[in-house]
Write a protein that binds this ligand. Structure first.
Ligand code: BES
Ligand code: MN
Ligand code: MN
Length: 461
């Protein structure tokens, strides 16, 4: 096999690679938006066509929600099997007025491609698809079997995939899942991510009087649901962000000294970080560095808050209801179901009299830990060093990919998180972007990864 032919082919195809991504990004595949069902399906079709055209056996598998795209190259005896996982669904693009160019009108500016989904996750997952499709086009055999699972519900919790995963166990059987849906540590400092936080999300609703009341006639006599909600929410967390729910920290794994020492060597600057996000000062638990707080400590957040009069002018009412969308980030070993019970107990104990609180769990997923020393991680480190010109640092990250621990449990496989994104890529936010150079380097790293993984003999895998 002549690998330099493959690298040359990838190098010559840069323009087409960018055109492909641009085409995919034009499809507004917002999974949470029920009016976008056909666009979400179109994004699935687009990637299925891309794989099929390269001669890869591909199918679209319907679910109770958005479809899965599953594909595989031919088996290679004696070599391990890699499963590329990624998602073609995106978060809503609102607020639209904050975008410099349209969210679904991909535009290159200053070496970045701007569009919803550019980094999360179409641009990143497409790096692996391009490397495999172009490899196949050279006529050279792939050094291992590569399977693909590209889903359309990651941004809404992957519940349909989770339900179906056991029935797909044989079809998706693999030694290692490869995921590019995270980030580099910094510009020109690639990383391998060996841990993610888990998540538990809820809606908390407070019901007070049967309808809005005049706050003059009734204020002082009837509990205000918005105030009850504020009290309840502030009872969950203290001013440092420490969660006040009984037993919440019981299952939290302490950071090891070795891990803390390794992270302390990473070039982090709180001032720079604060500046990047536009705040005067950072926040959080004392005794932990910023990376420790973001990657390895649990947190509570209010994601949305609604009650009473939001329109123009004054309206003096006691609103009938108040509600909040809330989320917790969990660390490995914390159980989202256990949290739901503890949170419900906390609410029962702390809710004001005269109002009724209801807690509706939405999705939950545990935190993930992978082996930073695995043979797969070492193979990936070699591939990244060669493509980026800098060896990767080993990090954890604070975001969540709900299905990853299910892969570990159901498929009994290793898991490689190779992020090509940057922390200022504006994922989930206006002006999302992906650095075009990182897209190309990701494609190259992916191709080199296949050769490195191919060298790992199955018996040792
Ligand atoms: N790609 C992210 C996860 C991520 C973010 C990993 C940052 C590493 C660093 C993923 O698409 C995502 O946004 N997940 C959601 C899951 C939720 C909607 C269930 C998250 O973390 O909020
Ligand atoms: Mn993602
Ligand atoms: Mn996301």
């Amino acid at each position: 096999m002549n690998f330099s032919n493959i690298l040359a082919a990838l190098d010559n195809a840069k323009e087409r690679h960018l055109e492909d991504l641009t085409e995919w990004l034009k499809i507004p595949s917002v999974s949470s938006d029920s009016t976008r069902k056909s666009e979400v399906a179109a994004a699935a079709n687009w990637v299925a066509e891309k794989l099929k055209t390269a001669g890869i056996a591909t199918k679209i598998v319907p679910t109770d929600g958005h479809p899965l795209v599953i594909a595989e190259t031919p088996p290679i005896s004696g070599a391990p099997i890699a499963l590329v996982y990624g998602h073609y669904d995106v978060q809503p693009a609102e607020p639209l007025e904050d975008w410099i160019s349209g969210a679904f009108e991909p535009t290159v500016r200053d070496g970045n491609l701007y569009a919803r989904g550019a980094t999360d996750d179409k641009g990143q997952v497409l790096t692996h698809i391009q490397s495999v499709c172009d490899w196949m086009a050279t006529g050279e055999p792939l050094p291992l079997q590569i399977k693909f699972l590209i889903e359309g519900e990651e941004e809404v919790g992957s519940e349909n995939l989770e339900r179906m995963l056991p029935s797909l166990r044989d079809e998706l059987a693999c030694d290692c899942v490869v995921i590019s849906d995270s980030g580099q540590y910094a510009k020109d400092q690639p990383a391998i991510t060996y841990g993610l936080r888990g998540i538990a999300t809820y809606e908390l609703k407070i019901q007070g009087p049967s309808q809005d009341l005049h706050s003059g006639s009734f204020g002082g006599a009837v509990m205000n649901p918005a105030i009850a909600l504020c009290h309840l929410l502030s009872s969950i967390v203290d001013s440092e962000g420490r969660i006040q729910i009984d037993g919440y920290y019981d299952d939290v794994q302490a950071l090891s000294e070795a891990e803390r020492a390794a992270w302390a060597k990473l070039p982090q600057s709180d001032d720079q970080f604060a500046k990047e996000v536009g705040v005067d000062a950072l926040f959080g638990e004392t005794g932990f560095t910023t990376d420790e707080r973001r990657w390895a400590r649990p947190t509570f957040d209010i994601n949305g808050l609604t009650s009473g009069h939001q329109g123009e002018g004054v309206k003096t009412i006691i609103p009938a209801t108040a509600s909040a969308k809330i989320s917790f980030r969990l660390v490995p070993n914390q159980d989202p179901k256990k949290l739901t019970t503890a949170l419900q107990n906390h609410i029962n104990q702390h809710v004001a009299t005269g109002v009724k609180a209801t807690l509706e769990p939405s999705h939950g997923a545990p935190g993930m830990a992978a082996d930073p020393e695995s043979r797969y991680a070492k193979a990936a480190a070699r591939a990244i060093a060669s493509a980026f010109g800098t060896p990767p640092v080993m990090i954890r990250e604070g975001g969540s990919i709900p299905i990853v621990t299910r892969f570990q449990d159901v498929l009994q496989c290793d898991c490689l998180l190779l992020g090509w994104g940057l922390s200022d890529d504006n994922a989930h936010s206006p002006n999302e972007k992906f650095c075009v150079q990182d897209y190309y380097r990701g494609i190259k790293a992916s191709a080199i990864l296949w050769t490195e993984l191919g060298k790992l003999n199955e018996s040792q895998a």
